[in-house]
Write a new protein. Structure first.
Length: 592
């Protein structure tokens, strides 16, 4: 039996079948585009644009039994329909026909290669089709066999790539169809571990379980309700690797509104995090929120911010305290994404570079996108900063401001206060632009203890008391810090200096000066400070007072020049306090 249909002298359908009393067998060829042209004059509605060539074979028994066995293959080359394209699709069907149903055996499969629709591409799709498919009046029921699987290879969207996806239903998948709707009965999908590539890194999951409770279009709009569970997931970025555990998510699609709620925990430290999102498919607008359901607790043994992540490479850690945060955002077509976040650290301790710290308290309320800045003024306080010179009771208000010079913000620090060397340090205002890292500000000093300062340099035989105040103008250019013409002066009534060095030649002017400072009672002390980016600190000190060893009635004037490399001094003080070894030990433990 040979059948041909022509469109403008071209074949759109060609079959060559051989039939006898037992069976019918043969092959067929269909050119989709030409078939559409052939059928268009006879169709009451416009037919969709289609293209491609279908080549296949058919073999079916023609016995008098109600059951008729068949085998058929179909290969569709370069198909295009409703925006769906592929290089090839292959269907292999083996089974039997009965009065009201089709039975497909285990060898029945669908294979598609280089599939594309919208912005999604799939290198290969392989689906088991075994099952029973029956018709009941105007309804069809597809009951796939147990052990069915769906394998997708090379799934790519605009921003995501997944190498392999392997689905296996817990029970045979069942689909009900009629003229207007379809529905999938409740089932559970077991999904092999996934490796997901994104623009900023990748995500690796352990095996996933997806329980589908609702999947249909009974209301002519698809409706989905499902729960996703995995014991572990690892998020990798170019900087950090974040392992999570016990992820549970619930997702719904109803009335073109997609929503979801998830909950998970850090893999290595106590805490619980929740996330929710909504997305309207009609308006392409949505919202999300992520928050700590249970604060991240770093107070247990081995718990630290560094342990929250793998491959921690930052020069800081938080090994005590609690962290709470919330972040929310909105998006809409034609408008930049909006993201805000609030974070709080309570009772924190740890290290930053060469310093240990204790009693960290931070609150920040920020707009992250479209440009980072503060929603409102934040706060910062620290009970103690431990280094070569300890600083106590640090506090300030911190605000991030938009910058006109780049995408990074400016930071404004107001009312910085700290206790240092027995006195108070105050900086009324600091503004620093991260895009152009230049800044100038003045450090006000009040009542700093001279005895504590002098004891730092550990000069034998030197004893000084009294207090000093003043103003230190600071300039920052990039990473370079300098001070020019800092001014210091003594607090009334003055103080005393006692210096009695051993084994020093006391002849001439040197002897006179040493005699003067054996017991010097000053009522005026002024100093000029210069600090250059190399770390060199120069002090020119002018003293006025009396020296009973010389003369009780006559004023003595002394001018002293002192030099000190400040970074070297701080390093030696850290060594003397054992801080460098302690920090090295902590850092080495993090980088194992």
């Amino acid at each position: 039996l040979l059948f041909r249909a022509f469109v403008k002298e071209q074949e759109c359908l060609k079959t060559r079948l051989t039939a006898n009393q037992q069976s019918i067998r043969g092959n067929y060829t269909i050119h989709a585009g030409l078939l559409r042209s052939f059928l268009t004059p006879y169709s009451q509605r416009p037919l969709p644009e289609i293209s491609g060539s279908l080549i296949g074979t058919l073999e079916m028994s023609l016995t008098e039994n109600e059951r008729k066995d068949f085998t058929t293959t179909a290969m569709l080359s370069s198909p295009a329909l409703f925006g769906f394209t592929a290089s090839t699709t292959q269907i292999q069907l083996t089974g039997s026909l009965e009065k009201d149903r089709v039975i497909l055996d285990s060898g029945s499969t669908f294979l598609g290669k280089n599939i594309a629709f919208a912005n999604t591409k799939i290198q290969e799709c392989n689906l088991d089709l075994a099952g029973i498919f029956k018709k009941d009046e105007d309804q069809f029921q597809l009951s796939f066999a147990e052990g069915q699987s769906l394998i997708l290879k090379g799934l790519t969207t605009e921003k995501v790539h997944i190498a392999d996806i392997h689905f296996r239903p817990e029970y045979g998948l069942q689909v009900d169809l009629d003229n207007k709707s379809w529905s999938v009965r409740e089932n559970t999908l077991n999904i092999d571990p996934l490796h997901i590539e994104t623009e900023t890194g990748n995500i690796n999951t352990e095996p996933l379980t997806c329980t589908i409770s609702t999947l249909n279009n009974v209301t002519s709009i698809p409706t989905i309700s499902a729960e996703l569970v995995t014991p572990g997931i690892v998020i990798n970025t170019t900087i950090l690797q974040l392992p999570l555990k016990e992820l549970i998510g619930a997702f719904q699609l109803e009335n073109r509104q997609l929503s979801g709620q998830t909950q998970f925990s850090p893999a290595t430290i106590p805490g619980k995090i929740g996330a929710d999102f909504k997305h309207n498919l009609s308006t392409t607008a949505g919202t999300f929120e992520i928050h700590t359901n249970k604060t991240i607790n770093l107070n247990g043994e081995g718990a630290s911010l560094a342990n929250l992540f793998n491959n921690w490479q930052l020069p800081l850690d938080l090994d005590n305290g609690t962290i709470a945060f919330t972040a929310d955002g909105t998006w809409k077509t034609g408008r930049e994404m909006q993201v805000s976040a609030f974070a709080a650290i309570t009772g924190g301790s740890g290290y930053y570079k060469q310093y240990l710290f204790e009693g960290l308290e931070i609150q920040q309320d920020l707009v992250i996108l479209p440009q980072l800045h503060s929603n409102r003024e934040g706060s910062f306080s620290l009970r103690q900063l431990i280094g070569g010179i300890d600083i106590h009771k640090l506090s300030s208000n911190v605000t991030f401001l938009p910058s006109k010079t780049g995408i990074l913000p400016r930071i404004q620090i107001n009312n910085f206060d700290a206790s240092l060397l027995g006195g108070i340090v105050n900086i009324p205002n600091i503004v620093y632009d991260f895009n152009q890292p230049d800044s100038n500000f003045t450090v006000d000093i009040k009542g700093m203890n001279l005895e504590t300062i002098v004891n730092l340099v550990k000069i034998k035989g030197l004893h000084v008391n009294g207090k000093i105040s003043g103003a230190i103008p600071v300039t920052i250019k990039g990473k370079a810090i300098s001070v020019n013409n800092g001014k210091l002066y003594n607090e009334p009534p003055g103080g005393e200096i006692s210096y009695a060095p051993k084994n020093i030649n006391s002849a001439g002017l040197t002897g006179y000066a040493l005699k003067a400072v054996e017991d010097f009672q000053y009522d005026s002390l002024t100093a000029t400070a210069i600090y250059d980016p190399s770390g060199q600190l120069d002090l020119d000190i002018s003293l006025q007072g009396i020296s009973p060893k010389l003369d009780n009635s006559r004023q003595v004037h002394l001018n002293i020049h002192a030099e000190q490399n400040l970074p070297a001094l701080l390093q030696s003080l850290r060594y003397s306090k054992g801080l460098t070894e302690e920090l090295d030990k902590q850092v080495q433990q993090r980088y194992k």
